[in-house]
Design a protein around this ligand. Structure first.
Ligand SMILES: NC(=O)C1=CN([C@@H]2O[C@H](COP(=O)(O)OP(=O)(O)OC[C@H]3O[C@@H](n4cnc5c(N)ncnc54)[C@H](OP(=O)(O)O)[C@@H]3O)[C@@H](O)[C@H]2O)C=CC1
Ligand SMILES: CC(=O)N[C@@H](CCC(=O)OP(=O)(O)O)C(=O)O
Length: 344
């Protein structure tokens, strides 16, 4: 019997996680927790889900949670997991954190990029970075898991085959990324309200985005690469989806026979990565846990163009969190995630 809990179940990521977990055959029961709505029936806030969950939201009370849960998902803003997760260390409850609190190994990086106090160093040491496709062995052993950020998921999956082949070290790397508006969570702000997003396209957090150190940290782990990356995010007037376009300078003598074969071989055993014959669009993965990608060399410039797309709420958050839970609990990796993309 596996009992799962979701803190932050009233937010975009939390609702998506509930949607997926409610259809997961190895999860026997689910508790939903709220910091602001404890005691309210979930269906009063999410009437579209009333047939699936008739209970009330529970308060975040760690002692009771430890008694009832096997796995706890934190789909909460930055700064919550930092304080909550230490209370579960050694309790036997597996914690999967979807926020950025446990991803950066160096506390000073978190303080600099998130502008908040970091988690305790000992917690950061214990947390395993959960890019499911590339870190399976460590994820299997993890009690505390840092689920990757949405942009880093698309970017790192697009770059992993190059890093693995030693083709990324000391290369110029430019990442141009776009996200749908659900990436910003459910609380509206000046930038995300309808009048400022409809028929509009904006760049944001230039050279300041909190996912820059996460991407650099992982590239360094893979290939020793210490060069800074250029990463520029944009807000697109659509609800879901991320497209990351990466430009990498490659010298001609380093070419493999076929870039596509390099990618296909690397992802041969990864059920959620599809190396495609053509450049993908965000709707190709909409509502699914797939990451689709394509790579082409421009012979004139000696530059590779890699395009990688995900649904930010699924592979970029809740889907990957379930994929990681499957690995941690010894379930089939694809359990609960065999979803077709929505069409159209
Ligand atoms: N949206 C996305 O595409 C992605 C989001 N993430 C990360 O996942 C996390 C959740 O994001 P998202 O769902 O979009 O955000 P939302 O703002 O939509 O939801 C966050 C939820 O967190 C809960 N919450 C707020 N404050 C607290 C608190 N102090 N303690 C406990 N719970 C709190 C709220 O629920 P309640 O008031 O009921 O407690 C709220 O519904 C964030 O860290 C985000 O960065 C990661 C990848 C992708
Ligand atoms: C569109 C949009 O605003 N996206 C958010 C993604 C935030 C996020 O997921 O933050 P963590 O991964 O750090 O938790 C952003 O760019 O900040």
């Amino acid at each position: 019997m596996v009992h799962a809990g979701i803190a932050g179940a009233t937010g975009y990521g939390g609702v998506e996680l509930f949607r997926l977990l409610a259809n997961h055959k190895d999860i026997n029961s689910i508790s939903l927790y709220s910091s602001s709505e404890a005691g309210s029936p979930y269906a009063s806030l999410m009437p579209q889900l009333s047939e699936w969950f008739s209970d009330e939201l529970k308060p975040i009370e760690t002692e009771r949670m430890k008694e009832e849960l096997d796995v706890l998902f934190l789909v909460t803003p930055a700064g919550v997991s930092r304080d909550l997760t230490p209370l579960f260390q050694g309790s036997g409850v597996k914690v999967i954190d979807l926020s950025g609190d446990l991803r950066l190994q160096n506390p000073a990086d978190y303080e600099k990029w998130y502008k908040k106090p970091p988690a305790p160093g000992q917690l950061l040491d214990e947390a395993v970075y959960g890019l499911s496709e590339t870190n399976g062995e460590k994820i299997r052993e993890a009690d505390i898991l840092a689920n990757p950020g949405c942009y880093p998921t698309a970017v790192l999956l697009g770059l992993a085959p190059l890093a693995d082949s030693g083709l990324l070290e000391k290369k110029s790397l430019i990442i141009d990324a776009k996200s749908g508006i659900s990436g910003a969570g459910k609380s509206p702000n000046e930038k995300t309200i309808y009048t400022n997003t409809e028929e509009n396209f904006r760049v944001y957090k230039v050279n300041e985005h909190q996912h820059i150190p996460e991407i650099e940290q992982q590239l360094k782990r893979w290939s020793g690469r210490s060069e800074a990356v250029s990463f520029t995010p944009h807000l697109v007037p659509m609800t879901r989806g991320i497209m990351a376009t990466m430009y990498v300078d490659v010298s001609l003598h380093e070419h493999p026979e076929s870039w596509m074969d390099l990618y296909r071989t690397f992802y041969a055993n990864s059920p959620f990565v599809r190396v495609r014959d053509e450049f993908p669009a965000t709707k190709d993965v909409y509502g699914s846990n797939f990451c689709d990608m394509h790579v082409e060399l421009d012979e004139r410039t000696g530059r590779l163009t890699i395009v990688s797309v995900i649904d930010n709420l699924v592979k970029g958050a809740s889907g990957q969190a379930i994929q990681n839970m499957n690995i941690m609990l010894g379930f089939e990796e694809t359990r609960g995630l065999k979803l077709f993309p929505l069409y159209p």
